[in-house]
Design a binder for this molecule. Structure first.
Ligand code: PGA
Length: 263
């Protein structure tokens, strides 16, 4: 069957995780800025830790790099010691927020239902959520990868309107590929991305689903970005380890070109 794919401008997001002091972060941003100033065929997002958002925000003025956060709480304000609200992220210039990352699920007990509340809160404050889903190795090995991803996507995106679907980004990050150096093969990535797009189509309709960006994440490097991006349902990447070095992040951004596809 021939399927016409909508070509969506790729997006490369760098998840700094819990790395970089302010001095290191400022240096990294400076080098990235210099390396990508002529790139206009790819949207770029960096997600430093909360501690660096206010320092980095002004450094991105006049650049094509947008600011994102790695997490947030669901309330606008209140007695929630240690948490950060969507209003605070907006105030610091964030346009994006990563939600439901597997490290949040694994180490901080985040459930699909909490992630769902976060997605709704982010959209309410006009933040673009990058909603992460992905199976563990045992889930893949026992043939439950698609089932797991389906439950996560349906749970995290419950109750959204078609209009809200249009504003979000999904990131498929197989847990076994995160920080391990193992990447899903291009074929494995495409198969899961196609599955996620079909799930999105059930909820938001085919036309909207065709336009939703689905990023791949898990050991993305300069060496594998073009193979991943060549897959028709891959619209960009969420990069961890390789975004902490300016050169590799710049090379990934430059390698993220998307061609016109009819498969
Ligand atoms: P990685 O991390 O690129 O280091 O595998 C990706 C992520 O956790 O978003």
């Amino acid at each position: 069957m021939t399927r016409k794919y909508v070509v969506i401008k790729p997006l490369i997001a760098g998840n700094w995780k819990m790395y970089k002091t302010s001095q290191e972060g400022v240096k990294l941003v400076g080098t990235i800025k210099a390396g990508v100033h002529s790139v206009d065929d790819c949207d770029i997002v960096i997600c430093p830790p909360f501690t660096l958002l206010s320092t980095i925000n002004p450094l991105l003025d006049g650049t094509r790099i947008a600011l994102g956060a790695q997490n947030m709480y669901v309330e606008k304000e209140g007695a929630f010691t240690g948490e950060i609200s969507p209003l605070m992220l907006k105030d610091l210039g964030c346009r994006y927020v990563i939600l439901g990352h597997s490290e949040r699920r694994q180490y901080f007990g985040e459930t699909d239902s909490l992630i769902n509340k976060k997605v709704i809160a982010a959209l309410t404050f006009s933040l673009i959520p990058i909603v992460c889903v992905g199976e563990t190795l045992p889930e893949r090995e026992s043939g439950k990868a698609k089932e797991t991803v389906k439950a996560q996507a349906e749970g995290a995106l419950a109750g959204l309107s078609a209009e809200q679907f249009e504003k979000l980004i999904v990131a498929y990050e197989p847990v076994w590929a995160i920080g391990t150096g193992k990447t899903a093969s291009s074929g494995e990535a495409q198969e899961m991305h196609e599955w996620i797009r079909a799930l999105l189509a059930e909820r938001a309709g085919k036309e909207i689903a065709a336009k939703i960006r689905i990023l791949y994440g898990g050991s993305v490097k300069p060496e594998n970005i073009s193979g991943i991006m060549a897959q028709p349902d891959v619209n960009g990447a969420l990069v961890g380890g390789a975004c902490l070095k300016a050169e590799s992040f710049i090379q990934i951004i430059r390698g993220a070109k998307k061609k016109e596809l009819t498969c």
